[in-house]
Write a protein that binds this ligand. Structure first.
Ligand SMILES: [Zn+2]
Length: 89
């Protein structure tokens, strides 16, 4: 599948440990207004002291191709969904 992001494949992004270690679905994506950083979280509530992992954008895309739908998410915006098979809003 074509890599849809304008960012480089090896740009560093943040993901919560549940996604990386436990295969949790990505249910929250934000694109930071200040530094353009992408952040990917699962649907659990408690992310205040979660263990963050730094991965490449390409790795995140390989974990879940459907984040590609958000490739043009504007800076300062975020998207959520209730489950992997549901659409982003
Ligand atoms: Zn999580």
């Amino acid at each position: 599948m074509r890599f849809p992001f304008k960012d480089s494949e090896d740009v560093a992004v943040f993901a919560c440990c549940h996604i990386i270690d436990e295969g949790a679905d990505i249910c929250y994506v934000s694109h930071d207004e200040d530094d353009g950083a992408w952040q990917f979280l699962c649907d659990r509530d408690n992310h205040e002291d979660f263990e963050g992992r730094v991965i490449s954008l390409k790795e995140a895309f390989e974990i879940d191709n459907s984040i590609g739908e958000l490739a043009d998410l504007k800076l300062g915006c975020e998207a959520v969904r209730d489950g992997k098979t549901l659409s982003w809003k």
